[in-house]
Design a protein around this ligand. Structure first.
Ligand code: ARG
Ligand code: GLU
Length: 721
């Protein structure tokens, strides 16, 4: 017995899915000293302080959160920044019309006057971060219930934030780490005058489209450029023509020599979410229930949109941004399921949990703290399995159509009325606001859009009915059975055609003289209100309560795991805070008999070229440059231009646009994706298979310089040859 567990311990420390392995990890810049030796051993020539330093300017001053979920980096002392094309996508679309289509044709500002202000885009720069665990947990004891604990923590957080931001333009936030075992304060500057400077045409910036997305070998020129503007004293300021280009404390210098297999690299950016500590029960839910349901529903939506986008350029532009988002999740989840299965992730987690239980039961003290944890996880995950799907279906199915999204605005009026006891006049004010929005909705080619939206509604809701609502939604089941002889499609067709929300005249009539009773008798509102009542009214409070308990289990579990592996440096899960991941330029073998190299070149773009397939059309000018080999200083040792490369840096969504740096801290690429075989790394990292994909900085500069002729931008940057 003892022997067996000893063997297990040894096997475990090598094989455990929860003990980070080569190149796994996203580290806190503030605590990077701890990793410095390992980074230098792997090839880094600079110090942890060069990356993050509160007292002096460091690389962190050149890295930013771009918008709400990407990363960007400064490349000049005039606020010029690089990020991905897909991160700037929404703003490139917003600046485009069919006549002036920057998405398709690209956009380049040849002077600062030509730069285009982007409404709603913000850039967040970290001033400093600080461990505030003690202050956040002040007054917290084991005697508090989870709810009381949370309330006290939130109150403490509010006080700390109010204190640090008092009389200053700084914004602050406090984020939990390790499920609330640790808290860090982030003090930021948020800039809101951001202007579009450059974007390659779609067939460069999104070359390979959704076909190549999440895959290696890749040939996408996924970059775009913006500039941050500030007030005369270099502080954040809303857009004004009097604003001046922002002077950052630091910007990145560019290495044009490129990296080769084995070279050290690191990625500095804002990874969004990882969940390395999930138990077997949670991984099983994701791999076998949640991801498959999401994949199926998104596939149906995509089929409808893709068909519409092939009908006209108008429709292509209209749906481009939302389809990119829907397709991105759809494909990632497919890769994730495959990867989790290939890694036997559930079985490995079960092995780990069995081992944890053995460890937890060896002393009385451990037993008191950790005994029964795994069993409680199992119980709670089982309890939430149906409720959690009800929420998933609300998001992925019910709210997939504009009919229901618009219906949501109507429900919001009703909700507000009931909560605030609104007067008749006040209700009408709300209704007038919705009417205004609805009018612009109908004005946007509603004749064609209605067909698309209706098809999405009917297809997706029918699947929702079969897979979930039939057994879980009383109202829908009754309607389908009693009024439509069991034919769900007929019911959903009826709902769409007979709702005021699918007719401009009827919408105007209803909203001009808004009466709650009339609204609720509308078939779409009736349907949505029933689902909303079930999910948000009934299920969500239960789900929140269970999640609160599950979080508290994880809070103890991660401490136990660390205790069991003392001496091991654990990284906290990604939470959209600034991190450093490091590794090497590294090839991989995706499957039997296949080797993938580390770099792709323009030659591969020509190999993929297909004028008949939208994703593989190659711009004429690029072909000419390829033919004449007019590459200048951007060519590699073989005389080709390197387009993309892979490395073993552990990254995730949010790392898009992140600077990829060399051993000296010089910019060599921009991160934009992960490989298909490695998409499960948010849950389980596989050092053999997980790679981040970056655009080679030489390809970016080649496009800016030789393709676009924007020498003004090249001159602004600092190149170290
Ligand atoms: N997969 C990358 C990421 O997660 C790129 C997405 C944009 N590209 C696209 N073809 N949809 O964001
Ligand atoms: N494309 C992702 C993003 O937008 C990065 C790829 C990943 O998930 O690693 O952040």
């Amino acid at each position: 017995m003892f022997k067996k567990s000893l063997i297990l311990i040894i096997a475990f420390s090598i094989l455990s899915p929860l003990v980070s392995r080569a190149d796994e990890g996203m580290w806190l810049p503030l605590l990077l000293q701890k990793r410095e030796a390992d980074m230098q051993k792997k090839g880094m020539k600079i110090s942890a302080k060069d990356i993050y330093d509160v007292n002096n300017s460091s690389l962190k001053d050149a890295v930013m959160l771009f918008g709400g979920g990407c990363t960007g980096e400064f490349v000049s002392n005039e606020g010029l920044l690089l990020t991905n094309h897909h991160c700037g996508y929404g703003h490139i679309v917003a600046q485009s019309t069919v006549e002036r289509d920057y998405l398709t044709n690209g956009f380049w500002a040849f002077s600062k006057q030509e730069e285009l202000p982007c409404k709603g885009l913000s850039i967040t720069l970290l001033a400093y971060m600080e461990d505030v665990t003690e202050k956040v947990l002040e007054g917290v004891t084991d005697k508090l219930s989870e709810r009381e604990r949370k309330a006290l923590i939130n109150a403490n957080i509010k006080l700390i934030i109010a204190d640090v931001t008092k009389d200053s333009h700084y914004k602050a936030e406090i984020k939990p780490f390790y499920y609330g075992n640790q808290y860090f304060l982030y003090v930021n500057e948020v800039f809101t005058d951001v202007r579009l400077v450059g974007a390659p045409p779609s067939n460069i910036g999104k070359f390979g489209g959704d076909t190549d997305n999440w895959m290696w070998p890749r040939h996408t020129g996924d970059f775009s450029m913006f500039r941050v503007y500030a007030s005369k004293d270099n502080k954040p300021a809303d857009y004004s023509k009097d604003n001046i280009p922002f002077t950052p404390k630091k910007f990145m210098k560019i290495n044009l020599k490129g990296l080769n297999e084995g070279d050290f690299t690191f990625v500095f950016g804002y990874p969004g979410t990882t969940q390395q500590f999930l138990t077997s029960h949670a991984v099983d839910r994701i791999a076998n229930y949640e991801d498959p349901a999401r994949i199926k529903l998104r596939r149906e939506r995509l089929d409808v949109y893709n068909h519409a986008m092939n009908q006209s350029p108008d429709q292509r532009l209209r749906y481009a941004a939302s389809v990119a988002g829907i397709a991105n999740g759809w494909k990632k989840w497919m890769g994730e399921v495959k990867g989790l299965k290939r890694m036997n992730s559930v079985e490995r987690k079960i092995d780990f949990e069995n081992h944890f239980n053995v460890w937890a039961n060896t002393t009385q003290q451990r037993k008191e703290t950790y005994g029964g944890l795994i069993e409680n996880f199992e119980k709670l995950y089982a309890e939430k399995s149906t409720i959690e799907m009800s929420y998933l279906y609300l998001v992925e199915a019910v709210l997939a159509s504009d009919l229901m999204k618009n219906g949501r605005s109507i429900l919001a009026i009703i909700d507000k009325t009931e909560r605030n006891n609104l007067s008749k006049d006040a209700i009408q004010v709300e209704a007038d606001k919705v009417l205004e929005r609805m009018n612009s909705y109908f004005a946007n080619d509603y004749v064609n859009h209605k067909m698309v939206d209706k098809e999405i509604f009917v297809d997706v809701m029918s699947t929702y009915y079969e897979d979930f609502a039939k057994t879980n939604s009383l109202l829908i089941k009754e309607k389908v059975d009693n009024s439509f002889s069991g034919n769900a499609r007929n019911y959903f067709n009826y709902v769409y055609d007979n709702s005021f929300l699918s007719c401009q005249k009827a919408t105007k009539k209803t909203l001009k003289k808004f009466r709650i009773k009339d609204a609720l008798s509308d078939p779409a509102i009736e349907l949505l209100s029933a689902v909303w009542g079930d999910v948000i009214g009934k299920d969500m409070p239960i789900l929140n309560e269970i999640d609160l308990q599950i979080d508290s289990l994880y809070r103890h579990y991660v401490v136990g795991i660390m205790d069991m592996n003392s001496g091991k440096d654990f990284y906290p899960d990604a939470n959209l805070s600034l991190r450093v991941a490091y590794g090497n330029i590294k090839p991989y073998k995706p499957r039997d008999g296949v080797n993938y190299f580390t770099h792709t070149t323009i030659k591969g773009i020509m190999e993929k070229e297909n004028p008949d397939i939208y994703d593989y059309v190659v711009e004429k000018k690029l072909k000419e440059l390829y033919k004449t080999k007019d590459y200048g200083r951007y060519a590699n040792a073989d005389g080709e231009v390197s387009v993309c490369f892979i490395a073993s840096n552990h990254t995730t969504g949010g790392n898009s646009g992140s600077p990829v740096l060399d051993a000296n801290g010089h910019l060599v690429g921009i991160n934009f994706d992960r490989n298909w075989e490695g998409t499960m790394s948010d849950i389980m990292y596989d050092p053999d298979q997980c790679r981040n994909i970056s655009i080679d900085i030489r390809y970016c500069l080649f496009i800016i310089d030789k393709f676009a002729g924007a020498k003004n931008l090249i001159q602004e940057m600092t190149i170290v040859e």
